[in-house]
Design a protein around this ligand. Structure first.
Ligand SMILES: Nc1ncnc2c1ncn2[C@@H]1O[C@H](COP(=O)(O)OP(=O)(O)O)[C@@H](O)[C@H]1O
Ligand SMILES: Cc1ncc(C[n+]2csc(CCOP(=O)(O)OP(=O)(O)O)c2C)c(N)n1
Ligand SMILES: [Mg+2]
Length: 325
């Protein structure tokens, strides 16, 4: 068994020295962190929880669990067009599920590596957290900044705006399906999409001033488009033939399952944005510089609802439905 404070010192917060450059006036080790937001900016704050066997499989590699739990939280900052600054991790861990102390240390080391590596890549400082015992759960609070009045929201779309997505869709659900069939090669493009999603932070910032509304795709394209439509008060017409499908998705699952995964599977963590038609080319150029495609998949309308898709298609992931605990 590893004691709470040893675990924190050893794996989670190895350095408790405040770094003024990171905007941390007082970091981990006290009752709360003291943070220094940039003048002229608004804070974007969001929390997401990742639960074993709900969000990731119990036998997922620890590195992926660390990476993923931060990535899905950061994805909400990407959707706001916010620059990430700080995060907080609430880790609940059941040490009795490990064979021995060596297994606990090995798991924590790889978990922390996955988390810290993404922190570093996305200039995010782990400024505090909490450790408790219980079923493996990682709650991650993220805090970012956007210049006052310039954050993207779900509410800015107007009829006539084009609807576009970054990257490719269906890889999250496709990867989960493959994992459930026993695929374990982490180099497989679909497994990577499910277990090691990349939050589209640079894209979100690049789309500030170009996109009229944005949301990240966690529950599924149709479900998240539904949230955006509702917040903006618009309808949508989709062109199913233009959906960018994830690499290897159609060949692994077949056409129908691939389209279902792209429309309703969730776990893609791409950005779904609306933008005036005249901004599409600039947005594609800006994202092209990041190596990320932006594909137009439809248009907003003033007739509420969605046209262009079969009405019987599932609407995406919902907790407390059958299948979920
Ligand atoms: N327990 C809660 N208490 C207060 N607000 C909540 C709670 N759960 C969710 N929300 C709010 O409901 C909205 C939708 O949540 P969610 O579907 O988790 O968003 P996302 O997909 O962006 O993570 C968010 O604005 C979130 O802050
Ligand atoms: C083991 C496992 N089973 C099922 C799923 C599918 N799944 C679980 S939660 C979820 C939706 C996203 O999670 P949620 O907690 O709703 O995130 P949020 O929308 O708040 O970002 C999906 C697609 C999964 N990721 N892993
Ligand atoms: Mg959430």
């Amino acid at each position: 068994m590893l004691a709470e404070f040893d675990l924190i010192r050893r794996y989670l917060m190895p350095s408790q020295t405040p770094l003024p450059a990171d905007g941390v006036a007082l970091g981990g080790g006290d009752d709360a962190a003291l943070l220094v937001p940039k003048a002229g900016h608004q804070l974007a704050v969001s929390v997401d929880t990742s639960v074993v066997d709900v969000h990731f499989p119990h036998d997922a590699p620890a590195f992926a669990v660390g990476h993923r739990s931060l990535a899905v939280a950061l994805s909400d900052l990407a959707a706001m067009g916010a620059d990430p600054r700080w995060c907080f991790m609430a880790l609940t861990l059941d040490q009795r599920t490990f064979a021995n102390d060596h297994a606990i240390h090995a798991w924590l080391e790889a978990f922390a590596k996955g988390f810290h590596t993404l922190c570093q890549r996305q200039a995010t400082t782990l400024a505090g957290g909490d450790v408790t015992s219980g079923a493996l759960t990682i709650g991650v609070t993220v805090m970012g900044e956007a210049p006052t009045g310039h954050a993207l929201t779900r509410a800015g779309a107007t009829p006539g705006d084009m609807i576009a997505v970054t990257g490719a869709l269906g890889g999250g659900a496709g990867g989960l399906a493959l994992w459930q069939r026993g695929e374990r090669d982490l180099q497989h493009p679909l497994l990577r999409r499910y277990l090691l999603p990349e939050p589209r932070l640079a894209a979100g910032v690049a789309l500030r001033g170009l996109a009229s509304a944005a949301i990240d795709i966690s529950d599924g394209l149709l479900a998240d488009l539904g949230h955006l439509r509702k917040a903006s008060g618009v309808g949508a017409t989709l062109d199913m033939t233009s959906l960018p499908l994830a690499e290897a998705l159609e060949s692994s699952l077949g056409r129908d399952a691939a389209c279902n995964a792209a429309l309703s599977g969730g776990d893609d963590y791409e950005l779904l944005v609306t933008l005036p038609a005249e901004n599409v080319a600039s947005a594609q150029r800006a994202l092209g510089k990041l190596g990320l495609p932006l594909t137009v998949i439809g248009q907003c309308s003033d007739t509420l609802g969605v046209k262009g898709i079969a009405p019987n298609l599932g609407t995406g992931w919902q907790h407390f439905n059958e299948g979920a605990p």
